[in-house]
Design a protein around this ligand. Structure first.
Ligand SMILES: [Fe+2]
Length: 341
């Protein structure tokens, strides 16, 4: 953006009516502070935007080579951060409002106002666009920090517990692939990935000798392990995730027929994300290597969920999981990288 106290504002005026364009030029010439480039068609406007990177554009919507929202779309696509003030004839006012909804900063009705008004509207548009961009950058940064924090928390647990090294990330990759296969919205799938990445966080409260103990656990040790979904829920429930992460964690050991823990919940008494997480968790655990045993393999894992579809696992989720593995050439997508990472 130009430093307005020193250099003039570079303004691109796009209007195919020479009389209207001339009037704006004269009015802005009167107030000063602007350097104008003018054109009457979209094609040349886009070329000028690319060549000169103006500070703002005054944009007539009906041009010989583009009409209405197409004009707005073309300019916004070519220069997403360029402030746009729509220049409209009176009967275009509805279109001008629509343009604001599409991201233009303001609109001017032709023939109304003087140079001071145009100047003010353009300068405000530049300021508003800069503030919008700053807000957008901050929101993106916050989102990145949230993802990085979740990853760091996930790694913290896995550093302590060799049993879960890499487990949560692989479960997250498989769970989100199942969610995508089921046609869930991108936002829901990202929540699933996030919850899966920290689904065993409650194990931080389980003594590490119990976690890494090979062989069958005593009843006492198992009852301690069984507390981890509730501990996990307690750890994350104060975080305002835009997804039901705490519930996913709490319910990931529930089973479809009510035989799981901690709640003994059946069927859709648990949330769908938890039922997906349960399947991904079991498939990863069976198919991957553990410190005390070799990997049992994907075939064994798929056999487990297929045999127990409808009893232990949601059959719809099982079908989607089988499809994911089949479409991935017989293995789970452990190596893929989600688009939001
Ligand atoms: Fe678990």
């Amino acid at each position: 953006m130009a430093n307005m106290s020193v250099s003039p504002v570079e303004l691109l005026l796009v209007d195919d009516n020479p009389g209207d364009a001339r009037l704006v030029q004269i009015m802005l010439g009167g107030v000063g502070g602007f350097r104008l480039a003018c054109t009457g068609c979209l094609r040349e406007a886009l070329a000028l935007i690319a060549a000169r990177a103006p500070d703002a554009v005054l944009l007539d919507l009906s041009l010989p080579d583009s009409q209405g929202m197409n004009t707005v779309d073309a300019v916004r696509k070519a220069a997403p951060t360029l402030p746009v003030v729509v220049l409209t004839g009176l009967d275009d006012e509805a279109a001008a409002l629509q343009a604001i909804r599409l991201g233009c900063q303001d609109y001017l009705v032709k023939g109304q106002g003087d140079g001071d008004l145009i100047r003010r509207i353009v300068l405000y548009a530049i300021e508003r666009k800069a503030a919008d961009e700053e807000r957008r950058r901050s929101a993106e940064q916050l989102k990145r920090i949230q993802r990085q924090t979740v990853r760091a928390v996930s790694l913290t647990l896995e550093l302590r517990d060799p049993y879960t090294a890499g487990h949560q990330r692989r479960v997250a990759l498989l769970a989100s692939a199942i969610g995508e296969e089921m046609g869930l919205l991108g936002h829901v799938v990202e929540g699933l990935y996030t919850g899966a990445l920290i689904h065993d966080i409650g194990k931080i409260a389980v003594p590490s000798d119990i976690l890494s103990r090979p062989g069958k656990l005593s009843d006492a040790a198992f009852s301690i392990i069984k507390e981890h979904p509730e501990t996990g829920r307690e750890i994350v429930q104060g975080i305002e995730f835009p997804w039901p992460v705490a519930t996913m964690i709490l319910q990931h050991h529930e089973r479809f027929n009510g035989s799981g823990y901690p709640g003994g919940l059946k069927g859709d008494e648990t949330i769908l994300e938890a039922r997906i997480l349960a399947v991904a968790d079991v498939v990863e655990a069976i198919s991957s290597h553990r410190p005390y045993r070799a990997a049992l393999g994907m075939a064994t894992a798929l056999d487990e969920i297929e045999t127990n579809a409808d009893s232990l696992y949601d059959p719809v989720v099982v079908t989607a999981c089988l499809d994911v593995v089949r479409l991935n050439g017989g293995s789970a997508p452990w190596e893929s990288r989600p688009s939001w990472e």
